[in-house]
Design a binder for this molecule. Structure first.
Ligand code: SAH
Length: 242
């Protein structure tokens, strides 16, 4: 058996983990040992009696900045230089996380996620420790922890055996060229709204055609950018430079 997928999180708030990842499918898989999670406190590497982790920004301005020496010590203690896992820095400046990157992360040995706080981290540690900046969207969170939870959740559900039906991982939004088709279940008539006849008619070809058409319509209406993106050559996640 290959070793389980491993997540290491560097944070000032290790008590935020596993948090929601300890419940439901990811929690069951964690308990079974299908993946593992270690949350390490950056403050263990803080300086002085007060274990300081941050300092004022060079050049002035509001807020505090996480020190590069403290973060580097935390990273070095968490991962040997030959640790093959990608080192992510959760950051609104990062490359936006995609299902494609999630899939490639889930197929690898795991990940190390550094969670920023305050105004962010000293720029030098990014190059100094080979951190890949990852954003979960164009908005600003108060810390990287929720972004790390989002990233790990998306990866863990793709690990073999974590989701009940393997197919549910490949027929969804963003796995194909666009968004997923709409779902319905009982009751057939709810407040005068009925399930489309084709879905209850038993004709599987017709159902597949209807779903494909609905998926295409929703994608055109809501996310035409996905269609445009899909016509370009697909960048591999191993190449964060494109
Ligand atoms: N001053 C920074 C924001 C700092 S927010 C700026 O304007 O770019 C504090 C921390 O929250 C960041 O260091 C990062 O780790 C995390 N964070 C905030 N928004 C995020 C996002 N959209 N994706 C990933 N991490 C985010």
């Amino acid at each position: 058996m290959t070793s389980p997928w491993r997540a290491t999180i560097l944070t000032l708030y290790p008590e935020m983990f596993p948090g929601p990842l300890g419940l439901s499918l990811s929690g069951d898989a964690l308990e079974r040992g299908a993946w593992s999670l270690e949350a390490r406190n950056i403050r263990d590497h803080g300086l002085g009696r007060h274990r300081a982790v941050d300092d004022t920004p060079a050049g002035g301005g509001a807020g505090m900045v996480l020190r590069c020496d403290v973060l580097a010590a935390a990273i070095d203690a968490a991962a040997a230089p030959d640790d093959p896992r990608p080192r992510l820095l959760m950051s609104p400046r990062g490359r936006p996380l995609t299902q494609q990157r999630v899939r490639s992360l889930s197929e690898g040995p795991g990940l190390i996620a550094v969670c920023g706080r305050f105004e962010g981290v000293d720029e030098r540690v990014i190059a100094g420790r080979g951190l890949e900046e990852v954003s979960i969207g164009d908005y600003v969170l108060s810390g990287g922890e929720i972004a790390a939870l989002v990233t790990i959740d998306a990866c863990v559900r793709l690990l073999p055996g974590v989701m009940g039906k393997v197919a549910s991982g490949v027929e969804e939004s963003f796995e194909g060229p666009g968004l997923e088709y709409p779902h319905y279940t009982r009751p057939r008539d709810w407040e005068g709204r009925t399930i489309p006849d084709v879905l209850t008619g038993g004709n599987h070809d017709a159902i597949a055609r209807w779903r494909a058409a609905e998926a295409a319509r929703l994608t055109r209406e809501r996310r035409p950018d996905l269609l445009a993106r899909d016509r370009r050559p697909v960048a591999t996640s191993a190449d964060p430079t494109d």
